[in-house]
Design a protein around this ligand. Structure first.
Ligand SMILES: *Cc1c(COP(=O)(O)O)cnc(C)c1O
Length: 368
């Protein structure tokens, strides 16, 4: 029996493991010097902009919405084809998520459909770079400027991706990254928010930790309600050990994606992802199965061949929580069809080209 190939797997070097052990022995394991160093390293990758770390990408998104002043009575436009966190945070701050269908080629929000969804209550856009393929930032920010809307980029999956030569996070409004275990760079759990202006730093830090501001030797004040979303030094040390590998991991993912395009049997009648080798960080390699294929049977048949297949994601407006808010089947035909038939194939930096060939061969058997 050959080794099992999961759909995702973090790659953590021994030096990082030793570094984490050192933090554990140091006597200071929650937010401290490692968090400061991690945020400084992230800031360098984001063109010197202020970056603050969080215990999750979800927390970073929620604080992004709060910093943009989004709350009760406001609407936020986003895609139904994402991890449910994207819309959950809108509900968390008391606003209403408004979904717009996706472009079937990119599987990202269809920018042509945003204008029709804007109402006097619309305050912000949350674009999602599904699988690490960036939403067109030129058009996105043209729409936001024309309509005076804030942007909270859900770049949870697109850390290390670019838009026309510029790294995501180096430009734009508020940008949220995730360092969940399955993301391209991980802190096990964690996230970060890139701020458009340094004068947001103090409110951002307060919202992250109970609203607390400290001053002098012993001063403390609370003037806003904050969460409990600080990253630990243990996690930050893991992240610090990951960042030097960012380019190498991204390059490796790109090479493996190329191999998928070469080896995939086109007669299987699946839709392959957009072939973007300029901007995407290839967070995932996802195929949309043909109408005839049964996804559950495909997943089982792949598992029997030692291959893990993921589902990212069912269209979220059809979850009971969102149906209770009035969303219905039939409203977003592309997202609904893709959500029913999309399958995430193994892709992670420790994979080999031979592993990709094995996945393609197993898929051919499973689908024919
Ligand atoms: C992972 C992810 C999130 C949330 O990040 P967490 O770190 O798991 O909280 C949000 N949006 C998208 C698109 C994601 O993939």
């Amino acid at each position: 029996m050959t080794d099992y190939l999961p759909f995702a797997r973090p790659l953590i070097d021994e030096e990082t493991i030793a570094g984490v052990a050192e933090v554990l022995r140091s006597g200071w394991i929650t937010s401290g010097p490692q968090v400061k160093a991690f945020e400084a390293a992230l800031s360098r990758l984001c063109g010197g902009r202020a970056v603050r770390s969080f215990s999750s990408g979800t927390a970073a998104l929620e604080v992004g919405l709060r910093l943009a002043g989004i709350g009760a009575g406001h609407e936020v436009i986003t895609t139904p084809l994402s991890w449910v966190a994207t819309a959950n945070v809108v509900l968390e701050v008391g606003a209403r998520p408004v979904f717009v269908d996706v472009d079937p080629r990119t599987r990202n929000i269809d920018l042509d459909k945003i204008q029709a969804a804007i109402t006097p209550a619309t305050r912000a856009l949350i674009p999602v770079d599904l699988a690490g393929l960036p939403v067109d930032r030129d058009r996105l920010y043209a729409i936001s400027r024309q309509n005076n809307l804030r942007v909270i980029e859900d770049a949870a999956q697109s850390f290390g991706a670019r838009w026309r030569g510029r790294a995501l996070g180096t430009f734009g409004d508020l940008i949220a990254f995730s360092f969940h275990a399955n993301k391209n760079i991980t802190t096990a759990e964690g996230g970060a928010l890139v701020l458009p202006e340094d004068n947001l730093i103090s409110l951002c830090e307060k919202l992250r930790l109970q609203g607390v501001a400290r001053f002098g030797e012993d001063g403390m004040e609370v003037d806003v309600l904050g969460g409990k979303w600080n990253l630990t030094d243990v996690a930050a040390r893991l992240g610090l050990g990951q960042l030097p590998h960012l380019q190498e991991f991204t390059d490796r993912r790109r090479d493996l994606a190329r191999r998928y395009f070469e080896r995939w049997d086109s007669s299987l009648d699946c839709e392959l992802p957009a072939e973007d080798f300029e901007n995407s960080n290839w967070h995932m390699f996802q195929v949309v199965l043909s109408k005839r294929a049964d996804r559950a049977r495909f997943i089982a048949a792949m598992r029997e061949q030692g291959i893990g297949v993921g589902v990212h994601y069912p269209a979220m407006h059809l979850f009971a929580l969102y149906r209770a808010l009035g969303w219905r089947a039939g409203q977003f035909p592309h997202a609904e069809r893709i959500g029913r038939s999309i399958a995430t194939l193994p892709l992670y930096p420790a994979m080999t080209e031979a592993d990709v060939s094995r996945v393609c061969e197993a898929a051919r058997k499973a689908l024919s």
